[in-house]
Design a protein around this ligand. Sequence first.
Ligand SMILES: C[C@H](O)CC(=O)SCCNC(=O)CCNC(=O)[C@H](O)C(C)(C)COP(=O)(O)OP(=O)(O)OC[C@H]1O[C@@H](n2cnc3c(N)ncnc32)[C@H](O)[C@@H]1OP(=O)(O)O
Ligand SMILES: NC(=O)c1ccc[n+]([C@@H]2O[C@H](COP(=O)([O-])OP(=O)(O)OC[C@H]3O[C@@H](n4cnc5c(N)ncnc54)[C@H](O)[C@@H]3O)[C@@H](O)[C@H]2O)c1
Length: 308
Amino acid sequence: MSFSVIKRSFSTSMAKNAIKNVTVIGGGLMGSGIAQVTAQAGQNVTLVEVNADVLKKTETSIATSLARVAKKLYKDKPSDGEKFVAETRGRIKGSTDPIASVKQADLVVEAIIENIDIKHKLFKDLDAAAPPTTLFASNTSSLSIGEIASVTNRKDRFGGLHFFNPVPVMKLLEVIRTPETSDETYQAFMAWGKSIGKVCITCKDTPGFVVNRLLVPYMAEAVRMYERGDASARDIDTAMKLGAGYPMGPFELNDYVGLDTTNFILEGWHKKMPENPLFEPLESMKKLVSEGKFGIKSGEGYYKYDKK
Ligand SMILES: C[C@H](O)CC(=O)SCCNC(=O)CCNC(=O)[C@H](O)C(C)(C)COP(=O)(O)OP(=O)(O)OC[C@H]1O[C@@H](n2cnc3c(N)ncnc32)[C@H](O)[C@@H]1OP(=O)(O)O
Ligand SMILES: NC(=O)c1ccc[n+]([C@@H]2O[C@H](COP(=O)([O-])OP(=O)(O)OC[C@H]3O[C@@H](n4cnc5c(N)ncnc54)[C@H](O)[C@@H]3O)[C@@H](O)[C@H]2O)c1
């Protein structure tokens, strides 16, 4: 079982909303979901990872997720579900060569580790390799889009496309424009978001955009409550699910998002805004991250999980 190779045609004008060939860089929690929903919408996807082993894992997680989607969409006709899965997977091509992967891309969505230096290095290379018409977007949770774009020569064709985990289920897409993002690019992002079935909202290039600016301090406050010994993690989770109607409690959500990601977010914001107590990094989270306990993806975080 392997990703198929797709022949693709290059479109030159974004004005017709001709995004057909999308390159997704990073196939972790988010990149795999972004590749999946894009392929589900009938577009060709090249998914780039660091090596063949990670690509294999990405492929497995997309297959598992697609099977869940097919079960729901085609519950009365499983054979159509199988066709849907095969066709969707057939539109995704795996690659370990970021430079080659952007040569024919209409849009590049970056979903690699939340680290400005690593994102800068990647975008510098991609900017030199991609056609000038290619639009670039970052799925960053917390970094400034303008700062990420600063290393490229296409700041007018750069913006934020911030998805939510799990991407195949969460309907929202935050579209972030910097002062330099052109109207044409912004319109193309909004149209593309709609084309892959998302509801788009617009936000300026501010820390955390809309959702994370509210959600991350909430998750951090829950950890502070636990660190003070006010209540157990389990009871805080139960409280927020049964008392506030949240689908997951804050510790379940931290483990789901990835403690490495939340920790990166808090450390980055704290460095930039040390006066804001909401962004103070968390001792228990830093310790778990230093032990490689990132949450569900590593098998342990605030809770323990069965390794699949
Ligand atoms: C930090 C970042 O920058 C920003 C973020 O992403 S912040 C995080 C945002 N995300 C959240 O807040 C998620 C909160 N949690 C939830 O909404 C829900 O718990 C959940 C959707 C993850 C799971 O829902 P839950 O009812 O507990 O479990 P489950 O029954 O397994 O899943 C519900 C449905 O979603 C589907 N589903 C869940 N995960 C899926 C996946 N990865 N792929 C495809 N389908 C999936 C299931 O198949 C199921 O479908 P059904 O209703 O037709 O049976
Ligand atoms: N986890 C979330 O809930 C969430 C939600 C929205 C946005 N984000 C953002 O999305 C991005 C990715 O987060 P994630 O949770 O998917 O992380 P993740 O750790 O699950 O996946 C990141 C993937 O990127 C790959 N990678 C790293 N460097 C690479 C490179 N140079 N080229 C190709 N692949 C590379 C890694 O091998 C890894 O598989 C981050 O910027 C994060 O802040 C995360």
